[in-house]
Design a protein around this ligand. Structure first.
Ligand SMILES: CC(C)(COP(=O)(O)OP(=O)(O)OC[C@H]1O[C@@H](n2cnc3c(N)ncnc32)[C@H](O)[C@@H]1OP(=O)(O)O)[C@@H](O)C(=O)NCCC(=O)NCCS
Length: 207
């Protein structure tokens, strides 16, 4: 598989893949609390590239045997005392189950730590998303906590489990640690208290 920067000329192939995978992706897709979902793929690539030029993100495309398989976005890059970033990802349904995503996450993380000098990577996942929880478990991201109504996904504010990793935990590289079978067991385990809390909707005040 290949992880490479996205380009404007990927728009047509990306749009096809997104359309073919509508029902596969919808439940997990970030949405805007202000406007309906936009399907303008060129506009969304332009926005990712503009964000990347200002140093706020790294938008990657994931390829498998030369075919567009999905996307991985490094976003919310902050420098200075925080030196942190978040990772989001998806692959098309026909590419699922081949460890494409954990490899892509490991490559992006190693690049951010070794080349950019970032210190911490974060991945936030809905409690219901078992395949994605498996990705952080495979790589040994550490469970850090429950974030209530944290990201607007599929039309509503959704709870997320947050997972983190700092550069000192993977000095020889995240991909290398995984390939060598040195991932510590149990780091991504969610505690009982947070699991139970996430099963109950947050009490919100009436207007
Ligand atoms: C979550 C996701 C990115 C995982 O990507 P991936 O490249 O398939 O990752 P993996 O190959 O490591 O598979 C992870 C787990 O998914 C599950 N899985 C495998 N094939 C699957 C399939 N066809 N359908 C559903 N789940 C599957 C397995 O439990 C697997 O764990 P295992 O390898 O121990 O069996 C992918 O399922 C996806 O794009 N889902 C829709 C979008 C999404 O959820 N994005 C993430 C938001 S946080």
């Amino acid at each position: 598989m290949t992880l490479r920067p996205i380009r404007l000329r990927d728009a047509r192939a990306l749009e096809r893949e997104l359309m073919e995978n509508r029902s596969w992706l919808r439940t997990w897709e970030a949405t805007s609390p202000y406007a309906p979902m936009s399907f303008d793929t060129r506009a969304s690539i332009r926005s990712l590239l503009a964000h990347s030029r200002t140093g706020g993100g790294l938008p990657f495309l994931v390829e498998y045997n030369g075919e567009l398989a999905g996307q991985l976005n490094v976003s919310s890059i902050t420098w200075g005392s925080l030196s942190s970033a978040s990772i989001g990802y998806w692959v098309g349904e026909k590419f699922a189950g081949r460890s494409i995503t954990p490899i892509a996450v490991a490559l992006a993380t190693d690049y951010c730590f070794a080349q950019l000098g970032l210190h911490r990577m974060e991945i936030c996942i809905r409690p219901e998303n078992a395949p994605s929880l498996r990705v952080v478990e495979k790589l040994g991201f550490r469970y850090e906590g429950l974030r209530r109504r944290f990201i607007h996904i599929n039309g509503a504010w959704r709870d997320h489990f947050a997972f983190g990793l700092v550069a000192e935990e993977v000095r020889g590289g995240l991909l290398r640690r995984w390939q060598d079978g040195r991932v510590p067991i149990g780091l991504a385990a969610v505690n009982e208290y947070d699991r139970a809390a996430a099963a109950q909707p947050l009490q919100v005040a009436d207007k």
